[in-house]
Write a protein that binds this ligand. Sequence first.
Ligand code: G6P
Length: 367
Amino acid sequence: FMVDKGNHRHFMEKEIHEQPEVISHALSHYVDFTTNKVTTQPGIDFAAVRSLAISACGTAYLAGLTGKYWFERYARLPVEIDVASEFRYREMPLSPDQAALFISQSGETADTLASLRYCKAEGLKIGAVVNVKESTIARESDAVFPILAGPEIGVASTKAFTCQLAVLAALSVAAGRARGTVSEAEEIALVKSLIEMPRIMNRVLNAVQPQIENLARDLSRYKDVLYLGRGTSYPLALEGALKLKEISYIHAEGYAAGELKHGPIALIDENMPVIVIAPHDRFFEKTISNMQEVAARGGKIIFITDEKGAAASKLATMATIVLPNVDEIIAPMVFALPIQLLAYHTAVFMGTDVDQPRNLAKSVTVE
Ligand code: G6P
């Protein structure tokens, strides 16, 4: 069927702005808006499995990496994760008391499908987090967890990413309930945060747009950009760098903030902006000390934080993007918005083909 851009210049812009709506739709499948509890999802008995193996490619892999933090924290379920092209060949020991989760927007990515078949042959229970419910990956899985994002046309994934995150967050809470590691009161608090999220995302989209457009004009003059984050902001740093390089062709790298000293610090000078993603969470102080190391070497900082974080840091920055204070479980989805918008507007300034970047495909069905 036909999908059009509406009033937007690109599908990517449209899909960024659709996120509050599609996430709300996705959540309605996984949580109950009246009881604030997760709804039962058939297929995988999280209480019965010893560990979870997650495999995916590209942006879906980065959603999975975020999911690892959540499954381990809330459900105390150990997670093995790798990009599917490595997973399928690295001969990881597997056994039927483990479950495997495959994340794919299209449900057709060749490496992800091959990893699925490998796990299936080893007797694992297979779950799929997919957008296309009729896809091969969905068909070959024991349990399908749809992300309900609607068709995503832009090659660079945006709404599929945040819907994958929303579904993984809800599943990790469900797994925590099943395993007795999340209490009923905690479940209600976490689900309430998830339900609040679309409204907060709407506010953020409207609030940060003008500032990010200005910043994007500046960013488009640089050749290299570094993204740093800790905890669930680490996968987001990787996603920020991926998004920027994919559509603007500016060289970008994402690093765990704590790894700064082990390499990228050698590159810091006034020619490489450093984008620091740091909500005022358990890791804030640690990330700030990394930011100080950047500042001390003349690095230019773009600080993406929340109100508490902005109040707590005195460092001079090239720009500070201030988001509302939000509960930890929804921070990755809320902080994804400025990351996506920054990549999008930078690419628009560079005049690249935003929806169809060179050399990239929406779905990679060959190895
Ligand atoms: C390609 C796309 C990405 C996507 C990745 C995985 O690289 O350009 O946006 O994240 O494939 O695709 P999948 O359909 O498996 O999520």
